[in-house]
Design a protein around this ligand. Structure first.
Ligand code: AMP
Length: 439
């Protein structure tokens, strides 16, 4: 068997997985006119949308905004990347001045601090009034500045349920003046145990509020929540082209970065894959993992973009022939791999780009119901899991592996301790630092 490490042609200049574009398909056939104009928005808001470059509403916006402007409660099925945030923000930004008295008049509940920050950024991007303000309230951050923001009568608050409850208990937040409540990524919030907090919060809101619920999927528990806390909601469903990955048994394991190798060894032992691909993010990591694995596992090889084509072809042939059973690979190569006997895909590094995830696990889908895809999610990567789940419109099962219990991705929302915590390093800062290493 060829030893790919023997080849000298490796560099650090790893190709990174392409990231999805940030601009949703507006699905418009009328590029000349601004489709927002028919919505009779305040002129300032209309102009702000134009300035933000929103020349046409996305499908979810086209449906949700008119219904919400008319005062209806709405259930919207939509994923991240469809423009769902502006879909629920625009009606609030249109009405907020007439709604606002004292205290928050709008509250958006979101599962993670990242999403809270994204919603805040989107609101600031399309806000049109100098006196408008929005604040994020989430755990893991000092509570003092949040209290100050709330005291300033900030009209729109975006928060994670745990921290919102915390403020309610402390008496630093009152929701008596609330007119507009949004549950964003409701499925995700319920999935990780925010139901009691959400219900407590909604029970503290005035009954005559308007409630919008957005969710990538609509399982029964989301519908039950809608049934209990919304009034005759109108349903909007935007069916995106979802990849056909339904036949693959997908799960994730929450694991600390330095425990990924023992976890992989354990899974290779318990799962006994016929053949597997182990996807990693960078060439250098592929080499390191390959080195570690071949100490104890037979039939391991590696593929990445710096290996010469001739060697890649040989490795692929050996993989198809079953001589190589486990292949450590980067995305660049992963897309071209076509092996009939493949039973398992391990996302040793869950990709930033959900599209890459689908391509990776699609390698096993070729063999039908037999495909197993297991993603390793380290504490910093909860947001990647959320992106993948939104994209495939499906929640991955959390898998408990003996000896690896008790780790939860930090970015996955979890009930926050109802006490003030020391300010932590911003997650975005950590992430930027991490990815800049790769360039
Ligand atoms: P979201 O699905 O809300 O996360 O939005 C995805 C991205 O699309 C964000 O960067 C938005 O700023 C952007 N966006 C939202 N609505 C529009 C629109 N009508 N036209 C162009 N971009 C938009």
């Amino acid at each position: 068997m060829t030893d790919p490490i023997a080849e000298p042609a490796t560099t650090n200049a790893d190709a990174t997985p392409e990231t999805a574009g940030n601009t949703p398909d507006t699905g418009s056939t009328e590029p000349q006119t601004n489709g927002f104009s028919g919505m009779r928005l305040r002129p300032e808001l209309f102009e702000a949308l134009c300035r933000a470059g929103y020349s046409n509403p996305t499908p979810i916006q086209r449906e949700v905004i008119p219904l919400a402007l008319a005062g209806h409660d709405v259930i919207g099925q939509a994923q991240t990347g469809t423009g769902k945030t502006a879909a629920f923000l625009v009606p609030f930004l249109h009405h907020w001045k007439t709604l606002h008295e004292t205290g928050a008049s709008g509250l958006v509940l979101v599962p993670t601090r990242e999403l809270a920050l994204q919603v805040v950024a989107e609101a600031r991007k399309i806000a049109c009034d100098p006196d408008f303000a929005v604040a994020a309230i989430y755990g893991g951050q000092a509570i003092g500045p949040q209290i100050t923001a709330i005291r300033k009568n900030t009209p729109l608050l975006v928060g994670t349920p745990g921290r919102v409850i915390d403020h309610l208990m402390r008496g630093t937040l009152r929701l008596d003046g609330l007119k507009y409540a949004v549950l964003d990524e409701a499925d995700r919030m319920l999935d990780i145990g925010f139901r009691p907090d959400i219900e407590k919060i909604l029970r503290r809101c005035p009954a005559d509020r308007q409630t919008l619920l957005l969710s990538a999927t609509m399982p029964d528990d989301v519908l039950r929540l809608a049934h209990r806390y919304q009034k005759d909601p109108k349903t909007v469903q935007i069916t995106p082209e979802t990849p056909t990955v339904a036949r693959i048994r997908q799960s994730y394991v929450a694991v600390d970065e330095d425990r990924k190798l023992p976890l992989l060894l354990k899974l290779l032992q318990t799962e006994q894959p016929r053949a597997s691909i182990i996807f990693v993010e960078r060439k250098r990591w592929a080499e390191n993992l390959y080195r570690d694995l071949r100490q104890t596992v037979k039939g391991v090889s590696m593929m990445h973009g710096d290996l010469p084509q001739g060697m890649r072809t040989k490795i692929m042939q050996a993989f198809r022939d079953g001589v190589i059973k486990h292949l450590v690979a980067t995305d660049v190569v992963g897309r071209g791999i076509d092996v009939k006997n493949l039973s398992h895909v391990f996302n040793y590094d869950i990709p930033e780009d959900p599209d890459a995830y689908v391509h990776r696990i699609g390698r096993t889908g070729r063999i039908g119901a037999d495909g197993v895809a297991i993603a390793f999610v380290s504490p910093d990567q909860g947001h990647r899991l959320t992106n993948v789940e939104s994209f495939i419109n499906k929640l991955l099962d959390k898998r408990e592996v003996e000896g690896f219990e008790g780790v939860r991705p930090k970015d996955l929302p979890q009930p926050e301790a109802p006490k003030e915590q020391a300010p932590s390093q911003p997650v975005f800062g950590r992430r930027v630092k991490k990815y800049s290493n790769r360039l």
